[in-house]
Design a protein around this ligand. Structure first.
Ligand code: XMP
Length: 520
């Protein structure tokens, strides 16, 4: 018997692929995204209850159009194609998709056929949201139209006998009024999934899997001050107890007081587990010397982390005589998604998260990443289930490469000192005003420009600091927050008064996309 129902999402490059994954997990069904060219053997190994083809930017007839191994249709697993996904299904089964010069973008009204399992319990008319250029003009044999809009008689199609469905609109976006109900019907009515994806089920399953995989081996876990690595450590502590050793590496790129916070939280929450604190600030600093390119910074940091872990493992092994076979990290799903390059998936590489793409190809350790397929809010839920304190669970995320990706340009001790001071002021003012817990992240960035100012009666020519305060559900998209002017004014005046070397403060009013949360 399958313990956890599972939906596989084949990614054809849509900006909404991750949103599909989220919506499905919100229905308490586990979902995983894989590149569209996944092999049949891999699909079978996952044994999914259903498969979803995402949308994508291509036209099905273009030369570079991503296409599938057609054997996937023969597996007998229910399929739902969305946007590009449905156009590809129509083409693969012998229908006709027409190139259109006009893009259908925005809202529409779908008239539904209630005989279709996808629309069980829905009203006759549903507001839907579309974004596509091509459209199906002739259905393949076996398929019938189960939903129409003003623009398309084939806005929803089905081959019910073979459990294949397709939607020209996007059920995953919130603008489609009953979108989640449609997905829910696909999951429970069509795929017969059991909604058993809960934090509790996750903890039980992962601990069992970890125990099976690790056996009697030893694991070293890279602990940062964030919720992800703490949750990963707690899961491992439950699974393998004292076979776990935690290592906290101070890379010299941390916020003020971070080492003390980490060690206090550890002492309060972990009993009988060793925590090794390593000061590697010197080596990180010298390896980053003169580097400006953001991707290089990230790769250097990723490599250096592993080098330090390997060195630490050797030192610890001398006393225990039992080597560490595994390195555990608190890697999350967005880290994996954003670090994946075009070669593996049509969703392009955004930035190499230090813990994924920053790792060297040759490592002494095998990786263990129990949270690799979770979004941040899911990790927080798991953390609460594990009994971790709210103070830790709701700490704002902090990137592994630390302040390095917030110092634009060269990293020098002086510039680090400036940013650290400005960052401490932002955090303090956010906490005092009660805004710290209301937002996803709030921090300072040191810009690589100097500008003219006047202080007392003297001309100054000094650095500028940008302030970034964003709200987000999972870090995949984000909006800047219109915090009160009075708060911005306090932050600005404290930074220019208290941090020597800064004479200007700006507020970043960009969302993600088109920007990202961190500046590098
Ligand atoms: P971006 O800048 O990609 O950030 O919009 C999304 C979220 O991820 C955090 N971030 C990282 N976290 N290692 C991490 O552990 C990294 O290399 C990394 N880069 C970005 C970022 O702070 C934000 O919350």
């Amino acid at each position: 018997m399958r313990v956890i129902s599972n939906i596989l999402i084949l990614d054809f490059g849509s900006q909404y692929t991750q949103v599909i994954a989220r919506r499905i997990r919100e229905c308490h069904v586990y979902s995983e995204i894989v590149p569209y060219h996944v092999s049949i053997a891999q699909v079978q190994a996952t044994a999914p209850s259903g498969i979803i083809f995402s949308g994508g930017p291509s036209s099905v007839y273009s030369k570079e159009a991503p296409s599938l191994d057609k054997k996937i249709y023969e597996l007998g697993i229910p399929i739902l194609g969305i946007c590009y996904g449905v156009q590809m299904i129509a083409k693969d089964f012998g229908g006709i998709v027409e190139k259109s010069s006009r893009r259908e973008y925005g809202p529409g009204v779908l008239h539904v056929d209630h005989h279709c399992l996808l629309f069980r319990g829905l009203p006759d008319k549903v507001n839907v949201w579309s974004s596509h250029r091509d459209k199906i003009v002739s259905l393949p044999e076996g398929f019938c139209a189960v939903g129409r809009t003003e623009n398309s008689p084939y806005a929803a199609i089905a081959f019910q006998k073979r459990h294949i469905y397709g939607l020209q609109f996007h059920p995953e976006v919130t603008h489609t009024s009953c979108g989640k109900d449609i997905l829910q019907n696909f999951l429970t009515v069509v795929c017969k999934c059991t909604p058993n994806w809960t934090a509790e089920a996750f903890v039980a399953r992962v601990c069992k899997e970890l125990r099976q995989k690790i056996g009697k081996e030893k694991v070293m876990l890279g602990l940062s001050g964030g919720v992800d690595s703490y949750v990963a450590a707690t899961l491992l502590q439950r699974a393998i107890g004292k076979q776990l050793t935690c290592v906290f590496v101070d890379n010299g790129l941390l916020r003020t007081g971070e080492s003390q916070v980490v060690s206090k939280l550890f002492t309060c929450n972990f009993h009988g587990i060793q925590l090794k604190m390593v000061d590697a600030s010197g080596s990180f600093f010298s390896r980053l010397k003169g580097i400006i390119d953001p991707e290089r910074k990230r790769k250097v940091i990723g490599n250096e982390f592993v080098r330090v872990f390997q060195l630490t493992a050797q030192q610890l092994q001398i006393s225990s005589k039992h080597p560490f076979r595994y390195l555990a990290q608190g890697t999350l799903y967005p880290d994996v998604i954003e670090s994946t390059s075009l070669a593996n998936s049509p969703t392009s590489l955004i930035k190499s998260h230090h813990n994924v793409a920053g790792l060297p190809p040759q490592m002494e350790f095998e990786l263990i990443e129990p949270l690799r397929y979770l979004f941040k809010d899911e990790v927080r839920e798991v953390g609460l289930k594990l009994g971790l304190p709210q103070e830790l669970i709701y700490r704002q995320p902090f990137p592994g490469p630390g302040l390095a990706v917030r110092i634009l340009g060269k990293i020098t001790r002086k510039r680090l000192h400036i940013l650290r001071g400005a960052d401490a002021i932002v955090t303090e003012e956010m906490r005092i005003s009660g805004w710290y817990c209301k937002v996803w992240q709030s921090f300072a960035i040191l810009l690589p420009v100097r500008s003219v100012g006047v202080m007392g009666d003297e001309r100054t020519y000094e650095s500028a600091i940008a302030i970034r305060i964003v709200e987000s559900l999972d870090g995949m998209t984000a909006n800047w927050v219109p915090v009160p002017y009075s708060l911005l004014a306090r932050i600005s005046s404290r930074i220019t008064n208290e941090i020597s070397g800064v004479n200007r403060v700006c507020y970043d009013i960009s969302s993600k996309p088109p920007a990202t949360i961190e500046w590098e």
